[in-house]
Design a protein around this ligand. Structure first.
Ligand code: ZN
Length: 58
């Protein structure tokens, strides 16, 4: 299972923003439905599986 990196910021315009790199995608909606693959960042960002636990680093 993979989490979506794109967050819908404007559902009317179908604008999504990558939660990883902040890239914004627009016009991802056709006929009221999200275009296939629109939930993936154009730069191929992926959500980190888990937050690395580091203690006393540095
Ligand atoms: Zn991204």
């Amino acid at each position: 299972m993979s989490k979506k990196v794109m967050e819908l910021v404007d559902k009317d315009l179908g604008i999504k923003q990558c939660k990883v790199c902040g890239a914004v995608k627009g016009s991802c909606v056709k006929n009221g439905r999200a275009v296939r693959g629109s939930w993936q960042c154009q730069y191929g960002c992926v959500m980190p599986a888990r937050a690395p636990i580091t203690k006393s680093e540095g």
